[in-house]
Design a protein around this ligand. Structure first.
Ligand code: AMP
Length: 535
């Protein structure tokens, strides 16, 4: 048998390990701090939702929904399609064949119900009725003279009513869930707007490459309800830039655009103009763009194909076609950004791949990421909450790709280290991450000192110092070697003498200096060292 003991992380997923995770934590805690200063609160939504939530919001026709979602299997759905196929095929089939098919389906559904894999509330009574007639139908099937009409009707009716449950999907993005939660928890009753942020994994079955994963992390924020004032759009962008600034991430570029609203006098009118212009030159586009001309002409503007760029430049520009109200909103946004000292670049091709956007769209690109250089995308989505069954509600938000943000920070640290001619490793421990207190290794020797070592470790940890205590006694040299390997800055040496005298030895492993000090002074001594020298 093949050796199945070696498992690997699934394609497109990866493990995040220390010390890199310290950088992730730093990024996330900075987001929490900065977003908190703009009065945003954290929301945590489930990592899976009904598939239809995403189909409705992100859009059935988008790549995300049509190709990239991880879907949960619906029990018995294949069996049901099989039965429907036979019913529709018109192939002459006896009543007995259908009774057998339906009967088997009801048996399987009863099993699924027992396992809790199909909803109980809607199916329990129905399947109990089936169970009460199960034996009767079974004996009819054995008796070749039995009249099956009644049972056939009963079974057909039963399987028509069986509820197999909703199809679920791992979330590919966060906005839809936040809007669902806004409606479900009646957040419209709170003072508006409601300002929320989230941090967590998203899932898309994309082709993995650098900066593109199948499980990736987003840090996002949404402003829901209240007005659609351009000042809100600008403040959201300001918050983003402040966040990147606090992380000291350089070389970012902010692109903005307005894609108007979904109306013939605005975006829909533009799309028609665009399609007309595209059809005239469609033969000069590649296969992908040619397909999009028919399905979603706006997406042609996303094309990165070098030979298509000059063609795209000749196309009508959305900014010239949006309605007066949308134009005014866009102009006001630019004034608001300038007022805040935020540099931006207008990019009429920025249409974004999700259906729910309207008016303001924006994207931030970073250096050092190759082709996947977008670290953040966002925009306005008035109308989405209503589309999902809530009241008319304004909305705007963004999502930062945390994986890419981290890659960019690491790349920046690596370049800085190279420029300084220092070692390039340990870029994960970016100078950005808060300085950790020094690691202390307790080298205990002699059976009777172990209890003291355990007590010392507890006290030091209580005081906030990371501590390693070897579980077994080590010879002095070995203990120091081990301390060195672990990267400890200090060894606390506890031999029989130290313990009986109450005078402990602290050895600084970087310069070998040793001090003897009474137990009660140890923690203060370490704290003083921390404040007077770089540990
Ligand atoms: P979107 O939800 O598509 O607007 O994406 C927002 C941001 O999430 C992008 O700008 C990327 O930084 C990040 N992102 C999207 N898809 C992926 C992925 N497959 N892997 C890593 N980051 C991603």
């Amino acid at each position: 048998m093949a050796n199945r003991s070696r498992f690997q992380a699934v394609r497109g997923t990866r493990d995040l390990l220390p010390p890199e995770t310290a950088l992730w934590n730093h990024v996330e805690s900075t987001a929490r701090k900065v977003f908190g200063t703009y009065n945003f609160g954290e929301i945590r939504t489930p990592e899976f939702e009904a598939r239809d939530l995403f189909a409705r919001s992100v859009g059935d026709e988008t790549d995300i929904v049509s190709k990239e979602m991880y879907l949960f299997e619906i029990p018995l759905s294949d069996y049901l399609s099989y039965i429907e196929g036979i019913e529709l095929s018109g192939i002459a089939t006896t009543d007995a064949t259908f009774v057998v098919l339906y009967f088997k389906f009801c048996v399987e559904a009863s099993e699924e119900l027992k396992k809790g894999r199909i909803p109980s509330s809607s199916n329990k009574e129905l399947l109990e009725k089936f169970q009460s007639r199960r034996e009767e139908i079974r004996s009819q099937l054995i008796d070749s003279h039995a009249d099956l009409k009644d049972s056939l009707e009963f079974l057909r009716e039963t399987i028509r009513k069986i509820d197999l449950g909703e199809q679920l999907a791992l979330r590919p993005e966060g906005t839809a869930s936040v809007c669902r939660a806004y409606i479900e928890n009646s957040l419209q009753q709170l003072p508006q707007p409601v300002k929320l942020y989230y941090i967590g994994p998203m899932f898309r079955r994309e082709r993995p490459q650098k900066g593109r994963y199948r499980q990736f992390y987003q840090i996002g924020a949404e402003v829901l309800g209240g007005q659609d004032s351009p000042a809100i759009d600008a403040e959201v962008i300001e918050m983003l830039m402040t966040f990147f600034d606090k992380l000291n991430l350089k070389g970012l570029e902010l692109d903005i655009n307005s894609i108007g609203h979904k109306d013939k006098t605005c975006r829909l009118g533009y799309i028609e103009k665009l399609r007309e212009a595209l059809l005239k030159i469609s033969a000069r586009f590649g296969e992908d763009s040619a397909r999009r001309i028919a399905t979603n002409p706006l997406r042609v503007l996303d094309s990165k194909a070098p030979n298509e760029q000059p063609l795209i430049e000749t196309l009508p520009k959305i900014t010239d076609y949006i309605c007066d109200a949308c134009k005014a909103h866009y102009e006001a946004l630019k004034i608001q950004l300038r007022l805040r000292g935020i540099l931006y670049r207008e990019n009429w091709r920025l249409v974004r791949g999700l259906d729910y956007y309207m008016r303001t769209t924006f994207e931030i690109t970073a250096k050092g990421l190759g082709s996947q250089n977008a670290v953040c995308g966002g925009g306005r989505y008035d109308g989405l909450v209503e589309e999902l069954g809530g009241p008319p509600t304004k909305g705007i938000g963004f999502a930062i790709g945390e994986d890419r943000l981290i890659l960019s920070l690491q790349e920046q640290a690596r370049e800085a280290a190279e420029a300084q001619g220092t070692a390039t490793e340990a870029t994960n421990q970016s100078p950005l991450t808060a300085k950790q207190p020094p690691l202390i290794f307790i080298a205990w020797m002699g059976h009777n000192t172990y209890a003291t070592a355990v007590r010392a470790a507890k006290d030091l940890r209580n005081a906030g110092f990371p501590v390693e205590v070897p579980p077994n006694e080590l010879k002095f040299g070995k203990a120091l070697g081990q301390a060195d390997k672990l990267g400890a800055q200090f060894a606390l040496i506890l031999g029989e003498n130290e313990v009986s005298e109450g005078m402990w030895t602290l050895k600084n492993l970087s310069d070998g200096a040793q001090v003897k000090l009474p137990e009660p002074e140890l923690i203060d001594h370490l704290r003083n060292l921390g404040s007077t020298q770089r540990l």
